[in-house]
Design a protein around this ligand. Structure first.
Ligand code: URA
Length: 195
């Protein structure tokens, strides 16, 4: 087992390498902060969003704006705090004016996201939104597979709607909450398999 301290130092090294490798220099130039991740390196659940927005860029932390508050509320609904999970994005710099991340930006950051997963080794990866789902479950439609756990090469993924998209859309909001509330049962099943 990799201890938390060494997991944290591996994550710190990985974060530094994004800067030294000069990943997406244009995004880096326009961004205030590199938004690498937040939470426990020992988390059983890793949430992966799209890219930082304005608040995230200012604070250097993922999901701290309105969508983040909604995520915190849903976590509280299943008795979890942010500090117990790990939260990150595919793209680690804010795209200007919150535009969608470009395919080559997502590709450039993918090796770093993959390494984050290798270090943290979560039992469950929860993808938030279409972009994040497509990284791991390409060719799928989020409207069809949201809330359905999928296993790929030994890793379980749960694709969910993005909290920012669901925030002001009553139907989607409730669907996201309902899907989110299945997380404890999915985790229980994964843990049981490992025993
Ligand atoms: N939306 C995302 O996808 N990520 C964040 O960190 C904030 C909003």
């Amino acid at each position: 087992m990799v201890l938390t301290a060494s997991k944290q130092s591996e994550l710190d090294k990985l974060k530094a390498s994004i800067v030294t490798d000069n990943i997406c220099p244009d995004l880096a130039k326009s961004a205030t902060n590199l938004v690498f991740g937040d939470g426990s390196p020992d988390a059983d659940i890793m949430f992966i969003g799209e890219a930082p927005g304005k608040n995230e860029d200012e604070q250097g932390l993922p999901f701290v704006g309105a969508a983040g508050q909604f995520l915190n509320d849903m976590l509280a609904g299943i008795n979890l705090k942010r500090a117990q999970v790990y939260i990150t994005n595919i793209v680690k710099y804010r795209p200007p004016n919150n535009r969608d991340p470009l395919p080559d930006e997502k590709l450039s950051f993918l090796p770093y996201l993959t390494r984050q997963l290798e270090i943290i080794k979560p039992l469950l990866v929860v993808t938030l939104g279409r972009h994040s789902m497509e990284c791991f479950l390409p060719g799928q439609q989020i409207s069809k597979i949201h809330g359905q756990p999928k296993r790929l090469q030994g890793q379980v993924y749960l694709p969910l709607f993005h909290p920012a998209a669901a925030l002001y859309n009553g139907g989607m909001r409730q669907t996201l909450i309902d899907d989110f509330n299945t997380i404890p049962e999915i985790l229980r099943l994964i843990r049981n398999e490992k025993r």
